[in-house]
Design a protein around this ligand. Structure first.
Ligand code: CU
Length: 211
């Protein structure tokens, strides 16, 4: 804007400042202050950008090596346990079956991955039998002792045999959290044991929508 005369120039400058403020205000509304302040928080704990739980390379019950890249385009829910677990694992698996149910068609874009912390007893055959008790689409993975050590360390998962450790009837204490990756394979959300399926399903939908 070109103005002549002091008064008009002063008015023009004021208008420019006003416009700039308006533009900044609009930008702050669009982009928020900081990260996505305009969007509601996820139900899970947002761990986007964390430097752990970056992936896995393990074996499924058919003998195929599996990693996050195999599930590109799908959200991936990962948790650790063992098939003889008396309560925690069956509860989580039941809840994830409920999440699949709630997702309906979108369930095709969620891969649930169960990683055993008890590969000595959780044979491929046993894992193959166990998953369909909850949902046949779930995948169970196992590793060698070293691989199990490595993946649990990377996911910061604790596990320890207790009870009859010299025999075959031990139990395994283990962390029971759930890790959720987005369709691009990025770690995004963490849930403590016992999160409601509806709250997980809502987050999965948002990740599938590209959030
Ligand atoms: Cu368990």
């Amino acid at each position: 804007m070109v103005s002549s005369g002091g008064g008009a120039a002063g008015f023009g400058a004021a208008t420019m400042i006003g416009r700039c403020l308006a533009a900044m205000l609009a930008a702050s509304l669009l982009f928020g202050c900081g990260d996505d302040a305009s969007k509601p928080a996820f139900n899970g704990t947002d761990i986007t950008g964390a430097d752990y739980a970056r992936g896995f390379s393990l074996t499924d019950s058919r003998g195929h090596r599996r990693g996050l890249a195999d599930f590109a385009g799908r959200a991936v829910a990962v948790f650790f346990g063992y098939t003889q677990c008396p309560d925690v694992c069956p509860t989580t698996l039941t809840q994830m079956a409920a999440v699949m149910e709630m997702l309906g068609q979108d369930a095709e874009r969620l891969q649930v991955v169960f990683i055993t912390v008890d590969p000595e007893r959780d044979t491929p055959a046993l894992l193959a039998e166990y998953m369909p008790l909850f949902d046949a689409r779930f995948i169970a993975l196992y590793g060698t002792r070293d691989e199990t050590e490595k993946v649990t360390k990377d996911f910061r998962v604790f596990y320890r045999k207790s009870g009859d450790v010299s025999g075959n009837r031990y139990t395994v204490d283990h962390s029971a959290g759930l890790y959720l990756f987005d369709p691009a394979g990025r770690l995004r959300l963490y849930y403590k044991h016992g999160e409601q399926p509806g709250r997980i399903a809502a987050d999965v939908r948002r990740l599938l929508a590209g959030e």
